[in-house]
Design a protein around this ligand. Structure first.
Ligand SMILES: Cc1cc2nc3c(=O)[nH]c(=O)nc-3n(C[C@H](O)[C@H](O)[C@H](O)COP(=O)(O)OP(=O)(O)OC[C@H]3O[C@@H](n4cnc5c(N)ncnc54)[C@H](O)[C@@H]3O)c2cc1C
Length: 392
């Protein structure tokens, strides 16, 4: 145990929520410290679709151009393809993300920010960099353990996994941005509604040159309908572009009632080949992971001087690309209010508006993302592809 470290705002987590909160607070001149339990930012692409409102926040932070340089541009995002496999029959194509001529003007008029596709493993370093450059203290390998709060601040215990020491951090406010298994939300007893683990999903990240199947219909999402692709996951098999056109994230479901499968590289390649529909394509597996679809939100996001943002208060499937975008908006909503209160420019009662404004959003996006999975059911039914029917 060491003497107390003092800061104005302590942030737990350096994902899209925590890193953007740190970048914004330090831009406003607030003394900010981030503790985050891993060695670096997230290692896999995860969130990618970056909407116009997020681009506006990135513009404020001065990193919009950097993101546009690293991201895949809007122009190649838009052909949402539905097929029996990439090499198989194309069932339909929706021109999305503002690329359809009849919608393009709406997007252009809505904001000077252009949406783009920025994998989360590239986005987080940009946000953490923006925070650190402006003076935020970022502590990797530091794990939040517990907190207590009183009338003037929050005292948190954190463990530094490099030295093995436990530190006490005293902050005026604490932000819990510690993701879908948030300990901060649990410790302050935020009320949750819904269910975790409603379906099982597998991610397989591969290197494979798929240009011959995609370059003429460029998209970030290729939805694959095959018998079995309605089991678990997000309602359909998915081939998601990570880098055009040689890095991909394959998403496939598993029956959660049967328990998680052992996802070997052999099985991962089989799944990839099945969805691509061409077994001659060379596939290199970069990473695999299992995750669950969640359907849960907090009905309240604040307790005293502790605020939760991001997946800590809304946990849902990736459908519609709402996760990291909403997390960054939570941070944006809270950061300027904290800055004004800490500088004595606003009454602390301003902080109550974070809950009033963002709690309803948490519920809306969790419902929306889960609803879009259910919407695929009738399509499978119409095509006679429902797995339950196959079993009959
Ligand atoms: C396959 C997939 C695709 C997705 N696609 C999209 C998309 O297209 N668009 C979109 O907007 N969203 C998408 N999402 C969702 C998105 O990834 C999440 O919503 C987003 O990461 C949430 O950000 P966060 O900062 O709240 O939490 P996280 O990114 O989970 O970050 C949590 C942070 O807290 C830290 N932490 C946790 N516990 C502790 C502790 N005790 N002490 C210290 N640190 C701790 C972690 O190390 C991490 O830094 C997708 C998710 C998946 C899985």
């Amino acid at each position: 145990m060491t003497g107390a470290i003092e800061t104005d705002v302590l942030i737990v987590g350096s994902g899209p929520a925590g890193a953007s909160a740190a970048a914004l607070l330090s831009m406003y001149g607030v003394k900010t410290m981030v503790v985050t339990k891993f060695n670096w930012t997230c290692g896999t692409p995860r969130a990618h679709i970056t909407n116009q409102r997020t681009m506006e926040v990135l513009r404020d932070l001065g990193v919009e151009q950097q993101v546009l340089m690293e991201a895949a541009p809007q122009e190649i995002m838009g052909n949402n393809v539905f097929c029996t496999s990439l090499a198989g029959e194309e069932l339909g194509r929706l021109q999305t993300w503002g690329t359809h001529p009849s919608r393009k003007a709406d997007y252009d008029l809505a904001s000077p920010g252009k949406m783009c596709d920025m994998p989360q493993n590239l986005m987080e370093p940009v946000l953490v960099g923006a925070a650190a450059r402006r003076g935020a203290t970022i502590c990797f390998n530091w794990e939040y353990l517990s907190l207590t709060q009183d009338a003037t601040g929050v005292t948190a215990e954190v463990r530094d996994h490099v030295s093995g020491l436990t530190h006490t951090v005293r902050a005026k406010y604490l932000i819990g941005a510690d993701g879908g298994r948030s300990k901060v939300a649990e410790d302050i007893g935020l009320p949750m509604e819904g269910k975790m683990g409603v379906a099982g999903a597998m991610n397989v990240i591969i290197e494979a040159d798929l240009s011959r199947y995609v370059a003429h219909r460029p998209s970030v999402l290729y939805w694959v309908m095959q018998p079995g692709s309605d089991v678990g996951g997000i309602g359909m098999g998915l081939i998601r572009m990570v880098r055009p056109w040689n890095e991909w994230l394959i998403l496939w479901g598993y029956d959660i009632a049967a328990g998680p499968p052992r996802l070997s590289d052999k099985m991962a390649i089989e799944i990839a080949h099945k969805l691509i529909g061409d077994h001659t394509i060379q596939v290199k597996v970069k990473a695999t992971s299992l995750w669950t679809v969640n359907d849960m939100y907090a009905t309240s996001n604040t307790r005293g001087r502790v605020f939760c943002i991001g997946d800590a208060v809304h946990r849902h499937p990736p459908s519609n690309g709402l996760g990291s975008n909403t997390s960054i908006q939570d941070a944006y909503n809270l950061a300027w209010k904290l800055a004004h209160v800490l500088k004595g420019q606003a009454d602390p009662s301003l902080l109550a508006t974070y809950e009033a404004e963002r709690s309803p959003i948490a519920k809306q996006i969790v419902k929306r993302a889960n609803q879009s999975i259910g919407e695929f059911g009738p399509i499978f039914d119409a095509l006679g592809l429902l797995s339950t029917k196959d079993a009959d």
